[in-house]
Design a binder for this molecule. Structure first.
Ligand SMILES: [Zn+2]
Length: 313
């Protein structure tokens, strides 16, 4: 049980539900997960190391890792589950000889921060939104003797690291998947890593224990769509590469879901009833309610939305 609890807090809600359901995630790379983890070119100097989606748990390695090659070294965005440092480094070395000099985490979950320690050193810059640092400090991997692996740079609303063609803009637009989700823009490459606030084309997957919000997520996404300019390519938390239009569409999808929650609550329907009646609008092509039956479906999301809407009254 201790192992289950530790893993749960490391990896966050996704795997917590797996642990709760008695299916512990792999403790480190397995042949299936190694095979599923590949490096793919996004644009010149930008690659993504895929993580299998949670729809295939046996091959689960964590979220998508961006590899950005700058003049001064390599920036990684997200580091996968614990135990993945060597494999990530091996794949980075297939595209550059430069060392990893900076880590950015889109949010706190262990499938995005789990291998930070493998890259941390005295000269490595490690950057997160300030709420994410607070969330990480509660995790065994970043507390006690491991506190030295905590990020050494934070920001509140916006931060730019690097300059010229190497500039990376980090934005925080409000609550969503957690209360510390960064939108990470590789400015010259018109590409943005959005982490798990848009992990899949599915209903929101919010971590209320780490400040996530179903009701605020569409507002946060709309702010991103309105504020960020000159991006055409999106790196999602778990699914392959998408487009700017995918992000716009997802903002609309989550907004319509919250509208549905409001209307259902007003009509006096329980979350269970409204969840049963919920159907995907066919205009959202390729969408599913949930990528994995263990993840939050319509009812769970509606219940979270109801609780939030009630507390706002
Ligand atoms: Zn996450």
């Amino acid at each position: 049980m201790k192992r289950g609890l530790v893993l749960g807090s490391l990896i966050g809600v996704a795997v917590l539900s797996m642990v709760v359901s008695g299916q512990a995630p792999p403790a480190g790379p397995t042949p299936a997960s190694l095979a599923a983890t590949k490096i793919e070119k996004v644009k010149d100097n930008l690659y993504v190391i895929t993580g299998s989606g949670a729809e295939n748990q046996a091959a689960f390695s964590g979220g998508n890792t961006a590899v950005f090659i700058t003049d001064g070294g390599v920036t990684l965005v997200d580091t996968k589950l614990p135990g993945w440092g060597p494999r990530v480094l091996e794949l980075v070395k297939t595209v550059t000889n430069k060392p990893v000099t900076r880590i950015i985490n889109t949010h706190t979950h262990g499938d995005h921060t789990g291998s930070n320690a493998a890259f941390m050193g005295a000269t490595v810059e490690s950057v997160v939104q300030e709420n994410t640092k607070t969330n990480m400090a509660k995790m065994p991997e970043f507390s006690g003797a491991n506190a030295k692996f905590l990020p050494n740079k934070t920001y509140k609303d916006k931060l730019t690291v690097g300059s010229g063609k190497d500039a990376i803009d980090l934005y925080y637009f409000g609550r969503g998947h957690t209360n510390g989700d960064s939108f990470v823009v590789f400015r010259a490459l018109r590409t943005m890593h959005v982490g798990d606030i848009f992990a899949w084309k599915a209903l929101p997957y919010v971590d209320t224990m780490n400040g996530g919000s179903v009701v605020e997520q569409p507002e946060t996404l709309a702010r991103a769509v309105k504020t960020v300019k000159n991006v055409d390519t999106i790196i999602n938390g778990h699914v392959p590469i998408g487009t700017w239009n995918d992000l716009k569409e997802y903002a609309q999808f989550t907004k319509e879901f919250v509208d549905y929650a409001r209307a259902s609550m007003k009509a006096g329907k329980s979350a269970a009833q409204a969840g049963k009646e919920y159907t995907l609008d066919p205009k959202f092509k390729g969408y599913v309610v949930s990528v994995n039956p263990m993840f939050a479906g319509a009812e769970t999301n509606l219940q979270i939305a109801y609780d939030e809407l009630k507390s706002k009254k």
